[in-house]
Design a protein around this ligand. Structure first.
Ligand code: NDP
Ligand code: ZN
Length: 351
C-alpha cells in the first residue's frame, strides 16, 4: 500500500509498505476524509519528538472499516467510523489510573504518526477497535466530523484541564483550530468574558462565532498588559494555552488571578525549559495551577463530541477553510499546514 511518510527530520515523501497486520481485537480502516495537523509539522519539520524514518503521517481521519479481528463485536466491514487521534490500550495501568492518553508510557495513547504508521495511507491499523472506533452517525457530515478526532477534543480539553466554571473570565492564547475549540469549549462550559489571542482575521471571526467576547492581537503589544488593562488589573480566572511557545506560560501566570488555573494543550516544539515567574506566582504560594496534557481519545469521547454536532450545539465545519479532493492531495494539504497562509484554519482531504 501507498502512504505519505516522514522520511526523516525535515523530509516527507510517498512510500510503499505492506498492508498492516491486525490482531483479534483490531481493525483495518481505509480513510475517507483526513486532515493534516500542526503536530505533524512539529514532528517533521521541528523534529520535536526526535528522528522517525519512513513513518506514515496523519492522525485525523474518518474511515471505512475494511477488516476486523475475530473478537471485535460492534464493528464490521463497511462501517463508517470516526477514528480518534488518540487510541489507548485500555487495559494498561495508566489507563486504569485515569490517564488512557498515557497508556503504557507518557503519550502512549498517541500512536498514529508518533510511533506507528498513521492514516495518510491506503489502509491503517486501529488497535482495540471496539474501544477506539466510533460509529459515524448518519446525520453527521464526515468532512465536519474529521475535526472531532483531534481539533475539537484537544481544544475542549484545554477548558477541561483548567476546569472552566460558570461565569469564569478566560483568556485563550492561540486561536488556530485548536484554540478556537478551546474558545467553543470554554463558552459551552459557562465562561463569561472570553479574551481570544491571535492575529489572523479569519481566526478572529470564527473565535467570535464560537463565543469570544474580545480579540487580543499579540502582535500589537504585550498580551499581559492588554489583559490587565481590559480587566482593570484583576486578571482572569483561567488561561487556556493553544499556541505560543515555552515563554507563553510566564505570560499566563502573570495574567492569572490567585487560585486560577492554566489548561495547556500546546505541543512545545522547541526550547529546553519553561520558566515560572517567581513574584507573579505569588512567591510559590498563589494557588495558580498549571495543568497541561494530551487530549483523551477513544470511542466514548468521540461519541459524545458527535452528539454535540447532532444536537447542533457545536459546528465543527466553521474550522474548515481549504478542501482538497483525492488521495494524492495529502501532500499538498500537509505542506499548506506547514506554510500556514493567513487565511488557513484547517484543510481537509476528501478521498
Ligand atoms: P496554529 O499554529 O494554527 O495556531 C497557533 C495559534 O497561536 C495562532 O492563533 C497564533 O496566532 C498563536 N500564536 C503564535 N505565536 C504566539 C505568541 N507568541 N503569542 C500568542 N499567540 C501566538 O496551531 P493549532 O491550533 O493547529 O495547534 C495548536 C497547538 O496544539 C499546536 O502546538 C499543536 O501541535 C497542539 N496540539 C496538541 C494536541 C494535544 O493533544 N495536546 C493535539 C493537537 C494539537 P496567529 O493568529 O498569528 O497565527
Ligand atoms: Zn493532531
Amino acid at each position: 500500500m501507498k502512504g505519505l511518510a516522514m522520511l526523516g527530520i525535515g523530509k516527507i515523501g510517498w512510500i510503499e509498505k505492506d498492508a498492516p497486520k491486525y490482531g483479534p481485537l483490531d481493525a483495518l480502516v481505509r480513510p475517507i476524509v483526513v486532515a493534516p495537523c500542526t503536530s505533524d509539522v512539529h514532528t517533521v519539520w521541528e523534529g520535536a519528538i526526535g528522528e522517525r524514518t519512513d513513518m506514515i503521517l496523519g492522525h485525523e481521519s474518518i474511515g471505512e472499516v475494511v477488516e476486523v479481528g475475530e473478537l471485535v463485536k460492534d464493528f464490521k466491514k463497511g462501517d463508517k467510523v470516526i477514528v480518534p487521534a488518540i487510541t489507548p490500550d485500555w487495559g494498561s495501568i495508566n489507563s486504569q489510573r485515569g490517564f488512557p492518553m498515557h497508556s503504557g508510557e507518557a503519550l502512549g495513547g498517541w500512536k498514529f504518526s508518533n510511533f506507528k504508521d498513521g492514516c495518510f495511507a491506503e489502509l491503517f491499523h486501529v488497535n482495540e477497535a471496539d474501544a477506539n472506533l466510533a460509529h459515524l452517525p448518519d446525520d453527521v457530515d464526515p468532512v465536519a466530523a474529521v475535526m472531532l478526532t483531534d481539533m475539537t477534543t484537544t481544544g475542549f480539553h484545554a477548558a477541561e484541564l483548567a476546569e472552566v466554571k460558570l461565569g469564569d473570565t478566560v483568556c485563550v492564547i492561540g486561536i488556530g483550530p485548536v484554540g478556537l475549540n478551546s474558545v467553543a469549549g470554554a463558552n459551552m462550559m459557562g465562561a463569561s468574558h472570553i479574551y481570544a489571542v491571535g492575529s489572523r482575521p479569519d481566526c478572529a471571526r470564527v473565535a467570535k462565532e464560537y463565543g469570544a467576547t474580545e480579540i487580543i492581537n499579540y502582535k500589537q503589544g504585550d498580551i499581559v498588559d492588554q489583559i490587565l488593562s481590559k480587566t482593570k488589573g484583576a486578571g482572569v480566572d483561567k488561561v487556556l494555552i493553544a499556541g505560543g511557545n515555552v515563554d507563553t506560560f510566564a505570560q499566563a501566570i502573570k495574567m492569572l488571578k490567585p487560585g486560577g488555573a492554566i489548561g495547556s494543550v500546546n505541543y512545545l516544539g522547541s526550547g529546553e525549559f519553561i520558566k515560572i515567574p517567581r513574584i507573579e506566582w505569588a512567591v510559590g504560594m498563589g494557588h495558580k495551577r498549571i495543568n497541561a496534557g494530551l487530549t483523551p481519545g477513544g470511542r466514548v469521547r468521540m461519541e459524545k463530541l458527535a452528539s454535540l454536532v447532532q444536537t447542533e450545539k457545536y459546528d465543527p465545519s466553521k474550522l474548515i477553510t481549504h478542501r482538497f479532493e483525492g488521495f494524492e492531495k495529502m501532500e499538498e494539504a500537509l505542506l499548506l499546514m506547514k506554510d500556514k497562509p493567513s487565511d488557513l484554519i484547517k484543510p481537509v482531504v476528501i478521498i
